[in-house]
Design a binder for this molecule. Sequence first.
Ligand code: NAD
Ligand code: MG
Length: 298
Amino acid sequence: MTKDQYAFDDPTTRYPTIEPPEQEKPEPGLEKDIEPKPDLGEDSYRGTGRLEGRKALITGGDSGIGAATAIAYAREGADVVLSYLPEEEADAQKIVALIEAAGRKAVTVPGDLKDPEYCRELVSTAVSELGGLDIVVNNGGKQVYQENLEDLTDEQFDHTFKTNVYAMFWITKAALPHLKPGSTIINTTSVEAYSPAPILVDYATTKASINTFSKSLAQQLAPRGIRVNTVAPGPVWTALQTSDGQPTEDLPEFGKSTPLGRAGQPAELAPAYVFLASGESSFVVGETLNVNGGMPTP
Ligand code: NAD
Ligand code: MG
């Protein structure tokens, strides 16, 4: 039997050190096309009823960290709405099948996070299809490297901010009237928020914004019984990295500079999102939960 997430073993070798071959996929990267395949916990995540009856919306839920979270949420007892781009339908359908195999409802709402109307429709569809909403995971993101600021176009700067920051604002604002006390909002930031790479100026700036947005909003919503927190991943093997998230020649070394000496797998992020969604984190508010293989944080 495959070991579940509770296995007692050595974190340096829990997952193999990967050497992804150089590969360049068009944005958004499709997970079904990348090598090696990320581990989403398909064969390992074991639920223990921590989110029984909860109703969750996850952006970027088709692949990577969002997909691993969707699988975990379903196995913990939650129904899940997935947001993703229409061209990611094949990746999304794999996750739908896994949610349904866990006996939970999966609702797909493909569309473009850069569009405020889509963001609002996403929330209203989630509320009507699930009969409410109590977990919002803002996780969809755009990361495209540029060596020189001169090559960072106005359009890219705008699209990175719309996808990573504006969509979080639009979705959170639309969700708020539906969130009862006990509900949770979890935003995906990054180690890039405080250790920015020189080639990720726009992306790193959005991730710092997500941190600050979340810490401000967490204080505003805490008296209403709604908790806001963030997860800050370090290098995690996903399709984001293969669609110009990194220079392709750097992929074989991806993640090796972490203290654990390897990249993380999406399956290793999902428990952080479960913890922050469930009542067991009831006194955790405005926190940044770093899941990064040991990279120092402020
Ligand atoms: P991923 O490519 O699997 O997921 C990102 C998702 O964002 C895509 O699947 C896509 O559905 C969604 N998305 C992007 N642009 C969109 C748009 N315009 N409209 C709708 N959806 C859109 O990669 P991932 O690594 O799992 O990324 C998830 C989150 O984790 C992102 O916010 C990313 O910044 C963050 N993150 C990733 C890493 C890493 O090393 N992989 C590190 C730190 C933070
Ligand atoms: Mg995807």
